[in-house]
Design a protein around this ligand. Structure first.
Ligand SMILES: Cc1cc2nc3c(=O)[nH]c(=O)nc-3n(C[C@H](O)[C@H](O)[C@H](O)COP(=O)(O)O)c2cc1C
Length: 384
């Protein structure tokens, strides 16, 4: 049976992913924060958007190509940055970066990914974006950006919406060693979860048996995981300010987008500070449980900034139909986080390609049902 028959939607990969992952790992991927209300609202907000089809136009052949910052992509979606991807599924950075490069869509590497820019940049084949959590040490920021540029990353995604750690209660309940110096300290409970999930454990062993934050290892005095974790805690903790943003803007010469703003005044200020684009995002509902769905802010912000400003959106997107909904509401481009990781956790090395084909197929089919041929027409579809 083909993967498309067995897992025709992203939702069909959610349970297999949950079964294959130890509970503390699954909680890291799937959890929101607090009661999980922001995360639930994100998905509900998409389900509530209606699109108005037009008929009697004959059978259309949809073209999903689009251009962002002067580069053409084969479809208007890409992979959001996910920290510690290799904890969720060993080798996930390479799996997703390869799938994105083959498909001609962007892959965003997190500052706190398991792989480093030097490994992922060459695989990205010009489709790599680099996500920065601004480090307290400005010298580290400059060095990281120089390394990313040298490795071939084209676009900088600076994350604004993590002013401090989130409580992530579901992770605590699942036994994740939150607050411990070592995110993989092996409590008896974690050990039991690992041995009862052999597919994941064998994949970890095959990948070297270690979790690493490779981008950051050069800056920590010792590379042991506990030291790196302390280092991350001291460096990446709400250090971004408007002055620091100006400094980063001067250092990064290519296209730069700010991820996570939702407030009108913040948005005006970011545009004034020379951001080439914005990713409207609420971090997948992982930080503040009362935050509005980013898709609800899109129409107003589009009206505020005009048609030509590059606006992307993420948080809650689970299908090609949702991608179409976001574009009809004013987005130029859409990013997805958990959807890609559910695919990799469920299907391993085939997961990245499979998620891309599902999303592309759903998007094209949606365009056929709407009677539109390209994304310019999709932007004009009546939505409610
Ligand atoms: C497990 C996990 C780790 C994440 N790590 C990062 C990160 O390192 N940097 C970042 O900017 N956003 C991070 N995010 C947020 C995503 O980039 C993205 O905004 C979010 O996943 C979008 O929501 P969705 O999962 O509903 O698509 C993470 C999200 C998840 C689920």
């Amino acid at each position: 049976m083909s993967a498309l028959q067995k897992y025709p939607r992203i939702s069909d990969m959610v349970m297999p992913a949950a079964r294959r992952l130890p509970a503390f790992v699954h909680a890291y991927l799937a959890a929101g924060t607090g009661q999980g209300q922001a995360m639930a609202r994100n998905e509900a907000a998409y389900a509530d958007i209606h699109l108005m089809p037009r008929f009697l136009r004959g059978r259309v052949t949809p073209d999903t190509h689009c251009s962002v910052f002067g580069k053409t992509y084969s479809a208007p979606f890409g992979v959001s940055p996910i920290g510690l991807q290799s904890l969720i599924w060993p080798g996930a950075e390479k799996i997703l970066c390869r799938a994105a490069a083959e498909a001609g869509i962007p892959y965003t590497l997190s500052t706190v990914a398991g792989e480093d820019v030097e490994t992922i940049g060459p695989i990205s084949d010009g489709h790599g974006w680099f996500q920065l959590y601004a480090p307290n040490d400005h010298g580290v920021m400059r060095d990281l950006l120089a390394r990313a540029k040298k490795a071939g990353f084209t676009t900088l995604v600076l994350t604004a919406d993590v002013p401090g750690p989130s409580r992530r209660e579901d992770m605590r309940l699942a036994g994740a060693p939150i607050g411990s110096r070592n995110p993989m300290s092996i409590t008896p409970r974690v050990f039991w979860q690992c041995i009862t999930h052999p597919a994941w454990s064998f994949a970890v062993l095959a990948n070297g048996g270690k979790f690493r934050f490779k981008n950051l290892e050069p800056y920590s005095s010792a590379s042991a995981l506990a030291n790196i974790t302390d280092y991350i805690g001291s460096q990446l903790n709400g250090s971004l300010t408007w002055d620091y943003l100006d400094e980063i803007r001067k250092v990064w010469k290519g296209p730069m987008v700010l991820k996570g703003l939702l407030h009108d005044e913040d948005i005006d200020r970011a545009v004034g500070a020379g951001m080439d684009g914005l990713v409207l995002s609420n971090h997948g509902g992982r930080q503040l449980d009362a935050i509005p769905p980013s898709i609800h802010r899109l129409a107003d912000i589009r009206a505020r900034l005009g048609d030509d400003y590059t606006l992307m959106v993420d948080s809650g997107v689970r299908s090609g139909l949702d991608i179409a909904r976001a574009i009809a509401c004013g987005a130029d481009f859409v990013l997805l986080g958990r959807a890609f990781m559910f695919g990799v956790a469920a299907l391993g090395s085939q997961g990245g390609n499979h998620v891309v084909s599902v999303l592309r197929d759903e998007l094209e089919n949606t365009m056929v049902q709407l009677g539109i041929e390209n994304l310019t027409e999709l932007r004009k579809v009546q939505s409610r």
